[in-house]
Design a protein around this ligand. Structure first.
Ligand SMILES: [Zn+2]
Length: 313
């Protein structure tokens, strides 16, 4: 049994480091990006399926082939690196939004549900640990499309609830309201909030903001200070805090190099967070001791990922 108290050495975190939402692409940097993550301290990736946005799948067979490709990518990373990798499969709400025009709403929605059911069968076979990205468009749409997206999301969650399958949400950013609405949709669908996760979440991790929805924070500039400011460490110690993970949403898209954040970001920010928490209050930090820092980082990178997705085999 590892002792997480040993992992913060006053300067650097030497324990596990999880990026909870990353994509990899054979046409991008692929294994080099995974190695960048590993060489900067990363140990575990939640690899999220990425649809081919320049050629959207029009049949469930095409979706199936694309899922297989994501599973193969995970297999190659496992073989070529020491990274633990868990896969999330699912259709993307933005694909559905685009296909409303090209396929018509009925066909686009049918394809979306078939893609969910297919992802759930991979989940039952143990090939993926959750379903995503699901959710709703992050850009303004008509109120009809918005209503359809919300109804569809509720049905998707009902299907996932039948399998106890965790989900990752891709949603718009209207701050706390977004989290609150997602919690309400989960409740209506009888989907356990503990298995949900808002991806690309803002760094406010207070329960006022998140409505106790698990989040994976986009670790851009300022995220470290905001997490430190809003974390309720008492409830972390009590084991009642909803999960807080870290992500890059690295797209591995040659047309957008380094977007959303580069593969080295989570390890880098983890060390920044540790040093920020350690700094005295007079120096603008929180004055935590080594054990407190270790405990919190251990939750972010090991306890909470395991709670959502199970231990890596
Ligand atoms: Zn993503």
């Amino acid at each position: 049994m590892e002792d997480p108290n040993q992992f913060w050495d006053g300067e650097k975190w030497t324990g596990p480091i999880t990026d909870a939402h990353m994509h990899l692409d054979r046409k991008g940097r692929f294994l080099d990006a995974a190695l960048d993550f590993q060489n900067s301290g990363g140990t575990r990736l939640i690899l999220v399926h990425k649809p081919n946005f320049s050629q959207l799948p029009v049949s469930v067979d095409e979706v199936s082939a694309a899922y297989e490709e994501t599973l193969l990518i995970a297999e190659e990373v496992r073989k070529s690196t020491n990274i633990d990798i868990q896969v999330i499969l699912g259709p993307h709400p933005v694909v559905w939004a685009h296909q409303l025009e090209s396929l018509g709403e009925k066909t686009a929605t049918e394809l979306h549900f078939e893609s969910i059911d297919l992802a759930l069968s991979h989940f039952e076979m143990g090939q993926c640990v959750g379903i995503g990205e699901i959710g709703r468009p992050h850009f303004p749409v008509s109120s009809e499309v918005w209503d359809s997206a919300n109804q569809m999301l509720e049905e998707v969650l009902r299907r996932c609830a039948n399998h106890n399958a965790p989900v990752q949400f891709h949603v718009e950013d209207r701050g706390a309201i977004t989290c609150q609405e997602l919690s309400e949709i989960c409740a209506r669908a009888n989907f356990p909030l503990s298995l949900a996760l808002r991806h690309y979440a803002p760094a406010d991790v207070s329960s006022n903001f998140t409505s106790n929805l698990p989040v994976t924070v986009s670790m851009g500039r300022g995220s470290v200070e905001k997490i430190a400011k809003t974390i309720d460490f008492e409830s972390v110690l009590e084991g009642t805090h909803s999960p807080v993970l870290m992500e890059t949403d690295y797209l591995d898209d040659p047309r957008r190099p380094g977007a959303v954040l580069g593969p080295r970001t989570v390890p880098k920010r983890t060390n920044e967070l540790g040093r920020h928490l350690q700094r005295s209050k007079e120096e603008g930090g929180l004055g935590w001791n080594h054990q407190e820092i270790s405990n919190f980082l251990w939750h972010i990178h090991r306890v909470w990922p395991d709670t959502l997705y199970g231990e890596c085999r």
